[in-house]
Design a protein around this ligand. Structure first.
Ligand code: UD1
Length: 418
């Protein structure tokens, strides 16, 4: 298991290119199951989760080939078995995204229940409820969801809460259903929009894209397409938090500022100077950041996937901040590790109160989940002395060449193998 060794205290300066969004790429790759025709996907980040997704699709007989660094050719002409095994689903919960497409096109699917995960319970009841409303027969047996439907039927579905992958699964299934499906309380995350745009390119009829009511008129068949994945707003936001905490000036190219309003707003409050020129974001910080309160919420609210990184900024900010986590019940696991790095944080329920200190103190800490790891990396970058972050594999699930990019910005981050 690799670790990161970070020598903190460096101001950041330089330019990095933002990768394609993991959370858009995963459903987009799964959407290739909806057609027998070839699908070409560009700007796919090289990540562990993407490899897991390709292994999952490959295990069903989908042909997947890399063409160059970030382009994938996929073809699900026919599949051998519509099964997502526990071995794969347990390493990546987003594997549930094959359920809707498999059921819609092949009439059956068996997908392992994801089980517990570090950041909370994360049930998939809304995915199941929605597919049942569309006429699927679903049995849960020996840890697997077994779903069957001759042809799914359009339905009106109101999800109990805003769910990103739930909306994506149901939207994909509805594309090949008979009749019209209305999904109310749909997630409006930019990654859901990106998937919807790809489905439209495949011939799907979707209205209300980007709103909380999606109306999908089912079609008999979808065709192939070429699609370019949107830039990763969480990766871009992470680099912006890093410069807000460390100081300096950085340039992010190939980014999508329009999908980052709430993050940019929070960071402007810390004092970060942000200028946007098309797909380029320039950010500079010349003072100690100011503390900023944040409450996570579905898009367009402040993303739960940015909470740990913003907390790292607040740990070294001038003032006290209150951070509320409303999406996942267990998403403060980085707090204990940040405290090991000298942070002053108290937690009460879903609220963390962060009293800013001028500097963190280097120590050995452990990464617990993907975004928590990113928060710890930022904390290490503003610590005196050396910080070692173990179990960095969490970071590799979602950040492409993180240490290379940080080094390009002048940070002292080394990967060491155990
Ligand atoms: C997606 C993102 C993840 C992000 C999260 C919230 C992907 C691959 N992952 O995860 O990075 O942190 O959105 O923005 O896109 N819930 C239920 N029942 C369900 C579904 C969800 O109770 O059937 C609950 C969850 O436990 C959670 C909330 O709804 O409390 C939101 O979860 P959801 O949006 O579904 O998260 P994911 O799609 O798994």
């Amino acid at each position: 298991m690799d670790s990161f060794l970070i020598r903190g205290g460096k101001r950041l300066h330089g330019e990095v290119s933002i990768s394609g969004a993991k959370n858009a790429a995963l459903p987009i790759l799964c959407a290739s199951l909806l057609t027998a025709e070839p699908v070409k996907v560009s700007n796919v980040p090289r990540l562990k989760d993407i490899n897991t997704c390709l292994r999952l699709l490959g295990s069903m007989g989908v042909q997947c080939f890399w063409h160059g660094e970030n382009e994938l050719a996929l073809r699900a002409e026919d599949i051998s078995e519509p099964i997502a095994s526990y071995d794969l689903v347990k390493t990546m919960r987003a594997s549930i995204l094959v359920l809707g497409p498999l059921l819609a096109r092949f009439g059956e699917a068996s997908v392992s229940l994801p089980g517990g995960c570090a950041i909370g319970q994360r049930p998939v009841d809304q995915h199941i409820k929605g597919l049942q409303a569309m006429g699927a027969e679903i049995v849960i047996e020996k840890g697997y969801i077994h779903a069957k439907a001759k042809r799914l039927k359009g339905a009106r579905i109101v999800t109990d809460m805003v769910t990103v992958t739930g909306t994506e699964n149901l939207m994909m299934a509805a594309c090949l259903a008979e009749g019209t499906t209305i999904i109310e309380n749909a997630a409006r995350e930019p990654e859901v929009v990106d998937l919807a745009r790809m489905l439209v390119k495949m011939g799907a009829k979707i209205q209300g894209i980007g709103t909380d009511t999606l109306t999908i008129e089912g079609v008999e068949k979808l065709g192939g397409c070429s699609y370019t994945v949107m830039p990763d707003r969480i990766e871009a936001g992470t680099f912006l938090c890093a410069v807000a905490a460390c100081g300096g000036d950085i340039v992010l190219t190939n980014s999508d500022a329009a999908s980052m309003d709430s993050t940019l707003d929070k960071l402007r409050h810390t004092g970060l100077n942000i200028e946007i020129y098309g797909s380029t974001i320039k950010a500079s910080m010349n003072t100690r950041p100011k503390a900023v309160d944040a409450r996570t919420a579905p898009y367009p609210g402040f993303a739960t996937d940015m909470q740990a990184q913003l907390m790292a900024v607040n740990c070294v900010a001038d003032g006290t901040s209150v951070m509320n986590e409303t999406i996942f019940e267990n998403r403060f696991m980085h707090v204990q590790e940040m405290i090991r790095l000298g942070a002053d944080i108290t937690i009460e329920g879903h609220t963390a109160v962060v009293k800013g200190k001028p500097l963190m103190e280097g120590a050995t800490v452990m990464a617990t989940d993907l975004r928590a790891s990113a928060g710890l990396v930022i904390s290490g970058m503003v610590a005196n002395d050396e910080t070692r972050i173990d179990r960095i594999y969490h970071l590799d699930r979602g950040y492409e060449k993180m240490e290379e990019k940080l080094r390009k910005l002048g940070a002292d981050v080394q990967r060491v193998a155990e």
